[in-house]
Write a protein that binds this ligand. Structure first.
Ligand SMILES: Cc1ncc(COP(=O)(O)O)c(C=O)c1O
Length: 478
């Protein structure tokens, strides 16, 4: 038998990787350039291989983004449309609180059987027993932690472990650069207070995490929503354009890895461009690093802070989604604003409780942490894939969804401008909670979108709930 042509050999190699799950559905196929370098083949061979895999249903070409992995025979949704880089709305005071409160209040009227509204994992995903043991060990080693005063910046041991762990995101810090906080939410609050005040304009992604909009509202700041792509994150070009109109932007807040709610990861060149632009324009850049560790693969993602040479990036992080939702730990490395943030933290809430910090440091400093993270990533990858497939199978034709390569959530756009709030109301009657799009913007641009959690194990019951949700969405569509 004749040997297969080179492009077919290369295609067979990647087909096997996809079938074995080495390349996950929804993840990005290595670029043509990477294939050429890795396998020493010409551009035309690399391209022919990808076209061959696409023809057989193993790859999907997405405009301006390259090839993405899929499994043949599985239904797929069209990706969410790319936003225009034109600025849609002027900077405005945020009026989200009433909307969010009313949605949460409606949710409380019904018993929730499937909470697809929260961006967090179910308790089985997290290392409860290991943390319990670490807690007992830490208390036994030093019971005086219960009765002596806490260190103002947080436990030096934990800060040391966090500084070491940050190296994989290409962040070089000493433990003295870190302040332990009550989750990322406190870190964001402190960062914004340190660099801006009431009335100031803050550039944020659109759509964005509603908790950030709540902070801006509480601090009396205005949000300038910057178009953000489900593929590439915040548009730096749109931000540059916006800055020509709004010359008084006081800070930019971005979630570069697995953005909430879109799931986007900014390519490294956009990260570098954003950091450089903020630096050149003397605008503080607040990085929210809540989900970076939850990718489909173990390859670490770079933080914006990796490109920071002048202390202009304030890095805010959380252990809530990746390790221990109940312990409410986060941290901030505030660069130029370190002293100011330390003063604010002291004034607003004093130091964090010590024992949970010691327990987390004990676990994160051990080899068990990496093994746990690997298991968590695999479990979440499976759950994401099943939820993506359920949306593609049960939701009405024309539903759009860009499969994220990590994180805890999916963002879907219903067809025909159907109202996500209507869907929320009807789903609540069935005991299914979802997060409707209007929570994620000060505008009405996302009224037809829903955010769905992938944090629950994909059981038969959840599959039935997704079928129900799809039917309710199809009824709205009519
Ligand atoms: C993007 C983003 N930032 C911050 C937070 C809040 O983090 P924490 O729970 O650590 O306070 C969340 C929680 O959902 C989030 O999604």
């Amino acid at each position: 038998m004749d040997a297969l042509p080179l492009y077919r050999q290369l295609a067979a190699h990647y087909q096997q990787a996809i079938e074995r799950g080495t390349l996950a559905p929804g993840s990005r196929m290595p670029s043509l350039r990477a294939l050429m370098d890795r396998h020493d083949v010409s551009l035309s061979t690399a391209l022919q291989s990808c076209r061959y895999l696409e023809r057989d249903g193993y790859l999907e070409a997405r405009p301006r983004s390259g090839y993405f992995v899929r499994l043949p025979g599985k239904p797929v949704c069209q990706p969410v449309a790319e936003p225009s880089t034109r600025l849609a709305d002027p900077a405005r005071y945020v009026g989200i609180q009433e909307r969010v409160t009313s949605i949460i209040a409606q949710g409380k009227q019904f018993p929730v059987r499937f909470n697809l509204a929260a961006a967090s994992g179910s308790p089985e995903l997290y290392p409860t027993e290991a943390l319990k043991q670490a807690m007992i060990r830490s208390l036994r080693n030093d019971p005086s932690v219960l009765t002596s005063s806490a260190q103002p910046l947080g436990s030096a041991v934990l800060r040391g472990v966090l500084a070491q762990r940050a190296l994989s995101a290409r962040i070089a810090l000493s433990r003295d650069d870190i302040i332990v906080t009550n989750g990322c939410i406190e870190a964001l609050n402190l960062a914004l207070r340190a660099v801006a005040q009431a009335g100031d304009v803050i550039a944020v992604e659109s759509p964005t995490y509603y908790g950030l909009l709540q902070i801006l509202e509480a601090q009396g700041m205005k949000a300038l929503e910057i178009p953000t792509s489900a593929q590439n994150g915040i548009s730096v070009e749109a931000l540059e354009l916006a800055a020509q109109t709004y010359r008084n932007i006081k800070a930019v807040v971005a979630v570069p890895n697995f953005q909430n709610p879109l799931g986007a990861v900014m390519p490294d060149d956009s990260k570098a461009r954003l950091v450089a632009w903020c630096e050149a324009n003397a605008i503080p850049l607040i990085e929210d690093d809540t989900y970076s560790l939850l990718g489909s693969t173990d390859t670490p993602l770079s933080a914006l802070k990796a490109w920071d040479r002048t202390g202009n990036v304030i890095h805010c992080a959380s252990l809530h989604k990746t390790l221990a939702p109940g312990m409410r730990l986060g941290w901030i490395s505030a660069g130029r604003w370190h002293e100011r943030v330390a003063q604010l933290k002291h004034a607003l809430s004093r130091a964090q409780e010590v024992l949970p910090q010691l327990a987390v440091a004990d676990f994160m400093g051990s080899g068990a942490y990496e093994r746990y993270l690997r298991r968590l990533r695999l479990a979440l990858r499976d759950q994401r894939e099943q939820m993506i497939e359920a949306v593609a199978t049960y939701f009405p034709a024309g539903t759009r969804l860009t499969p994220p390569q990590g994180g805890l959530i999916l963002w879907a756009e219903l067809p025909g401008g159907a109202s996500a709030e209507r869907l929320f109301e009807r789903a609540m009657c069935e005991g299914i909670a979802i997060a409707p799009g209007p929570m994620f913007s000060n505008s009405d641009r996302f009224d037809a979108c829903v955010r769905l959690s992938c944090g629950l194990p994909y059981t038969r019951e959840l599959n039935a709930a997704m079928r129900t949700l799809g039917r309710l969405a199809a009824d709205l569509d009519g």
